[in-house]
Design a protein around this ligand. Structure first.
Ligand SMILES: Cc1cc2nc3c(=O)[nH]c(=O)nc-3n(C[C@H](O)[C@H](O)[C@H](O)COP(=O)(O)OP(=O)(O)OC[C@H]3O[C@@H](n4cnc5c(N)ncnc54)[C@H](O)[C@@H]3O)c2cc1C
Length: 406
């Protein structure tokens, strides 16, 4: 399908209200088991489980996306014995396989700055250790300010820069234009530059983590969906799969947009909701084609989109306002449909037309570009946009960890 970006799309406003969930509570009266039969509908791509499941594990990680495999790698490398990762179908078969792969050192939060710093370093480390290319490109990011308030915000962010191990500095409009000559500079007042930012290939990164995790002794089972969980009186866990039960000292819910229903297996109502998230990929753009070096990633904060180079074109991804977001509320009440795995949603260019128009104004070369691909996939969010990471504290619940909503 080749849609033409320059065709102006009629904006469609969708009045979707952001529903806030209270923080998860435990114990709850709701408990259920995933239907093992429904998991058979999940179209396995690599046949059935290849070897007998272990009976015992120190840590069982549920979910083989970039988060679960990354965690398996880090735990095993840190010396934890008996790390087991259970994946329902195949690695990356949730949000990971279609992500745009942007990585950044930037974050307004002091603690998150550290997480970003460590993450980018782990990408390089796992590639070096395993020999698996993770597809990292590091052209840097320029955040654009086109209002005085945004300029103030950038200056404020620079005052917090002492907490950041990665470099970051302000750019004049001239410097911005020098680094990204395709920009229309009419409204640009300042840039905030993070050298070393860029993008990875999320599929390859996940495979690298998996190779590294196995190298350090972790076991990864694919086609091994978790169907039930129960906590024993000593705080350890029985984790059920169609291939048997594993007894684990602790469990980590890293099931992406299924994390909510994995939570429900033991009565947790996690504050997670899935949102449809889109980006478009353009065909070749002569001005991009003519370049010898990769363009920095642009984050236009007033336009609310990012644009990064992809081969000779661009990937443009919007950050939609709450009223335009398309939320999968029924996935919270009814669960993810059993057959949904590596599927995408139907894309809706109308919904993101104002962001594409903003991109066309900022990067005029986009006006004549074709959209050669659009991707609309599920992304999991928390009400405050902070990830649910760490031990889950609730009366009566022990040794239950979360790595979701990231
Ligand atoms: C269009 C789009 C673009 C994006 N772009 C970016 C970007 O540029 N940068 C960025 O950082 N993020 C981006 N994201 C977000 C990113 O994709 C996610 O944050 C990330 O992939 C989440 O990884 P995960 O491992 O938590 O979840 P997932 O990738 O969803 O993995 C969860 C895994 O759990 C497994 N699972 C589910 N149920 C069970 C069960 N019962 N038993 C065992 N396993 C189970 C699933 O099969 C799946 O493999 C984007 C998302 C979308 C939709």
């Amino acid at each position: 399908m080749a849609n033409v970006v320059k065709a102006r799309c009629a904006g469609v406003s969708r009045l979707l209200s952001w529903r806030c969930w209270s923080r998860a509570q435990y114990p709850s009266t709701t408990t259920f088991h995933l239907d093992a039969v429904s998991q058979k509908n999940d179209r396995p791509t690599s046949g059935s489980i290849s070897r007998r499941l272990k009976d015992e594990a120190d840590t069982v990680i549920i979910g083989g996306g970039v988060v679960g495999t990354g965690l398996a790698y880090c735990l095993a490398k840190a010396g934890q014995k008996d790390v087991v990762l259970l994946e329902k179908t195949e690695l990356t078969a949730g949000s990971t396989w279609h992500a745009a792969g942007l990585t950044t050192y930037y974050n307004p939060g002091i603690n998150m700055k550290k997480v970003h710093w460590d993450s980018l370093n782990v990408f390089k480390e796992v590639e070096r250790e395993t020999g698996q290319d993770v597809g990292f490109h590091g052209p840097g990011t320029i955040r654009l300010a086109s209002t005085p308030e945004r300029v103030d915000e950038f200056r404020y962010q620079m005052q917090r820069q002492g907490w950041n191990k990665a470099p970051q500095w302000l750019l004049t409009p001239e410097e911005v234009n020098q680094m990204h000559p395709l920009l229309n500079m009419d409204k640009v007042l300042m840039g905030l530059h993070n050298p070393g930012d860029g993008h990875i290939d999320p599929y390859s990164l996940t495979q690298a983590y998996a190779i590294g995790a196995r190298m350090y002794g972790a076991d990864i089972y694919q086609q091994a969906g978790v169907t039930g969980m129960s906590m024993r009186s000593d705080g350890s866990w029985n984790v059920d799969t169609p291939h048997g039960t594993i007894h684990a000292q602790r469990v980590v819910n890293a099931a992406g947009f299924w994390a909510h229903e994995i939570g429900r297996l033991c009565g947790l109502e996690l504050p997670l909701v899935t949102v449809q998230h889109m980006y478009v990929v353009t065909g070749p753009i002569p001005e991009v084609q003519a370049r010898e070096t990769e363009l920095p990633v642009i984050r236009d904060l007033e336009g609310a989109y990012y644009a990064r180079q992809e081969r000779d074109g661009l990937i443009i991804g919007p950050y939609e306002r709450a009223e335009l977001m398309k939320m999968q509320n029924h996935w919270v009440s009814d669960g993810v449909p059993p057959g949904f795995g590596k599927e995408l949603f139907d894309s809706d260019l109308d919904r993101i037309s104002e962001y594409l128009e903003a991109a066309m104004e900022m990067i005029p070369a986009v006006r004549d570009a074709d959209i050669t691909r659009d991707v609309c996939g599920p992304i999991t969010c928390t009400p405050d946009h902070l990830p649910l990471v760490g031990p889950f504290m609730a009366p009566g619940l022990r040794n239950y960890w979360l790595a979701a909503g990231v």
